[in-house]
Design a protein around this ligand. Sequence first.
Ligand SMILES: [Zn+2]
Length: 287
Amino acid sequence: MSDMGTIETHSSTDRKATQCPVCGTGTLQGKFSHVVLGQHNADYCECAECGSLIVPEVDWLADAYASERVDPDTGAAQRSIICSLFIRAMRCVGLAPKGGRVLDFGAGNGLLVRLLRDQGFDAWGVDKHASMAVARNWRLESMDREEAGQASMITAIEVFEHLADPHAVLQSMVSALVAEGMVLLRTTLYDGSRHDENWYYLELSGGQHITLFSRKGVRKLAERCGLRATFLPFGFHLLRPASCTPIGSLRRGCLFLLSGLFFSFARVIGLCDCSRSSIDKTLVTGA
Ligand SMILES: [Zn+2]
């Protein structure tokens, strides 16, 4: 369970944290401030323990997720393609389960679920805030075991940076996994020595990125839930039970080569051209 002594939850989405919600113990030191969504003051603080970048006080998420707002996530389709190809490569090198259920947490429009099902995975999605329009027959209301069964793998792609209480969410994922199940995350990592108030991943126009993980933060959060973090190529992070055999550099290298090959093919035939979504994002947000 989350340490509610350090995270005061006002609603299902907002927070007021006095300590780092990632590692659970670090004090938060102010770095810079911004106005998000054009009207909300956001103070960005760095954790003295794990180095993650946190917005401790957030009270605008209802505004940030309001349906009438422009959706700034123009990269959703190509990201789903990239993720499905990466998981395909993981399976080829023996890192993803051959069978069992896959749950996509924060499934959005459901495209990743659809693509994984087309590859033969028993994939389902969970998203409280989205209808999963392209995979609505495989939408679950929650990760509760009675409804979702037990998953071999849970994916959370560009989700954890949105969470007010990532520890509580990861703990609920662990409860939904089989004994040697795994969690695959994709979130861009914060590095205090390289990133500042101009970092693109702050996503000021959207106001939804409130928990920016450092590498150490991912490790610490995993450890709090009995998991070990392995950093995979192309910004993916794999969390597996600490008792699992570590993933060797040879297998990581094979994964890098194979997934890189898949991405190259997809790019050649026009399935993932990141520059186009960036242009669209500029158009819709005026950034
Ligand atoms: Zn921390």
